[in-house]
Design a protein around this ligand. Sequence first.
Ligand SMILES: Cc1ncc(COP(=O)(O)O)c(C=O)c1O
Length: 417
Amino acid sequence: MSQPHPSHEEPSLADFLFPDGDDPLVPPEGFSHWMESNAWALSMMEPELQGAVGPRGKIRRGGKVTEVVNLSSYNYLGLATHPEVLAAAKEALETYGTGGCGSPLLSGMNALHAELQSKLAEWLGREDAMLFNSGFGGGMGSLAGILRKGDVAILDQKCHLCLLDGAKLSKARLAFFDHNDPNSLDEVLAQYEGKRRLVVLEGVYSMDGDTADLEALLPVAEKHGVHVFIDEAHSILAYGEKGRGLAYAHRDQIPLQYATFSKSFAHGGGFVAGPRQTLRYMRYYTNGYGFSCTLPPVVVGGILKGLEVATRDDTLRDTLWANTRYFRERAAGMGLNVGEGQSQVVPIIIGDDRRALFEMTREMNDRGLFLAPVDYPSVPMDGLRYRVAITAAHTQADLDQALNILEDVVVPHMKRA
Ligand SMILES: Cc1ncc(COP(=O)(O)O)c(C=O)c1O
């Protein structure tokens, strides 16, 4: 959760949410000034890769094209350019054409969608699975589909915005517990005793790279007789037996397992897996499902092959974890603050110096490292950071080049700070 913005500081994106004029098409006056005075920093945003997502590539950023090691794409298992996945996607394209051209309830499903749903359900030991055409939309829609006014959505305070937005859309009361803290969860659950409640967690927290402490949290939810919903966007295909996610070992206590196809699957969209009766209801009451076109078949064909490639053995996961350990150990050894987690999502927390965050982004980019800056209010004001995505496709040479650049640019800054 973001911290309140102290008024004596420079303005930030947290300050322009509310309008100061009559016309909703005209952004608040201060926003335009802020954009202009921050142009130097914002030129690092929306960089353009000049080819496929991979461990290296060319990037257009700040008006320049540079060859970079890419530590910013969620292609955790390297499936984005896997030859078998590409071949399957091409075949799906040729067989099924470009789009689903209809909502799943009325006309958009084809044999590939049905196959993916049943394969996911079987793989995860669930009764059913349903697909969403957006990762964000699926997380949001899942909560909006089942929660109602009068219910209480109890979120870990570090949950992703899609979960927050879903709970808001549902009109349920929003409550937060301290990140991964079972005592705090216990207190919040007790506070809303007697209400319909749902605990909402993430597998790997996307800004900190740590995992949900299921051993500590699940007994608390169980004590209160409350079910748990988990978003495994970053943990599916990475964690759990053959990549089945963190929830797999706790299926009874986590009836609904949500994940996106945009990270390890290297496609787009998402799915929720769980009890047949719950999903049957959700199909009719999740508007982003029933009133939105299905995933393009070319995407479904690629996802199906990605599932097969990533689950037939642990080769890609073993490489991902070896790379992650190597990077984390070397980065921490240099004195970088890589947070508490152990996952392939590695924050490099630099503190509150926003100018340094963006200036170092540019310098590293010029030297050949693509890192994305994460600014307030996405993270706390004193926890500005880069967020590294390690993949199985990186070689040690890629990681060494990236680490050398971090050592030349960020380590001296941290020593001065
Ligand atoms: C935890 C979590 N859930 C959902 C999403 C949304 O997924 P997508 O990018 O596929 O829309 C993200 C995106 O980063 C995420 O980190």
